[in-house]
Ligand binder design. Sequence first.
Ligand SMILES: Nc1ncnc2c1ncn2[C@@H]1O[C@H](COP(=O)(O)OP(=O)(O)OP(=O)(O)O)[C@@H](O)[C@H]1O
Ligand SMILES: [Mg+2]
Length: 336
Amino acid sequence: MAIMSESIGFVRGTKGDSVAFFLNKEVNLSFGQIVRIDSGERSFYARVVNAESSSTLDIIEQLREAEGREAYGPYSAYRSVEAILFLEKRAAKARSPTFNPNYKDRVYSTSEEDCSVLNLSGELELGRLLSGEQLLGSAGISVEAIPLMMGMFGMTGSGKTNTELVLNAQIIDRSPETVTILFDFAGQLLDGKGMKPQKGLKDHALFHSKVRYYSAKDKKMAVGLHTITPEKLGTLFADTQPPQRRLAWALYRKLGKQWIESSLETYRAEGNVAVRAHKSVVEVLMQKLSSLPHDLFPASGYTFVDSITQNVCQGITCLIDISGLRSDDQTRIVCL
Ligand SMILES: Nc1ncnc2c1ncn2[C@@H]1O[C@H](COP(=O)(O)OP(=O)(O)OP(=O)(O)O)[C@@H](O)[C@H]1O
Ligand SMILES: [Mg+2]
């Protein structure tokens, strides 16, 4: 049964993808809520982004009336809401908007029927669509959408980290169909730091079997120098020039896996390296290599990148806490 809901207001003006509408009294609306605007044959869907309330009195009149000094004749107080269009529906077809609503078009809060038009559900369930106080259908992301680029934007405290935790939990639930490598720049995903209640991925029922945690603190995050070949130079240092690359290959051919430690040692002792090269090129390359911090890049043959690759292949999600690292080291770890 389709329930014909009453309109909650009407359009006072549109400009591009922004729609302003007057809100009827006693209507409960919130930021982020989705509304429908019926416009002739089309319906538009828009997200509430702003609201204001005022009266038709000018500011002096408002103040005088508030102070009780003067009473003004009939005037109107109003609430105006701004919403951004994101979808248009015509017949059974939904697409991004090709036009915008008209003055005085009616605005409605979303119903369960709209929820199915919006096609918000997906196997990875993130929550429910909220309309006023009412919970409508499920909202989520489909598994096929994961390899596409996605971004999540919201003001401070709007719930991005929480959404991320829910999404990650869903991905872990569906292992091995879905699996992920998580880079935690802020160090909050493991135990939900700063969230109330403090719950993070370590509270997930499958944490011990389906998640591996890597952090610089417990020394599990290490990329042994012996695993770094000259071809990875550009990944570690974006500004690597061809002469430095040629020198690196020459050193690698001569010294093998130990090329980084050996040449740094020789360079420190003798101010030179094992192959002939221009002084300035040697200097720049040695400066780069010696800037790799020892705790992240120890002189060993172990790299945690291999461990991550193996785990991901087995459907085990890898959570990599890179918080607290210098930002160029964060970039290096992520790129590797
Ligand atoms: N769906 C939700 N329902 C109720 N409370 C929530 C919801 N999502 C987040 N919160 C609460 O809101 C607060 C902020 O959430 P969260 O840390 O996820 O926001 P954020 O967008 O990541 O903020 P920041 O920009 O500061 O990182 C937390 O206390 C969290 O528990
Ligand atoms: Mg956050």
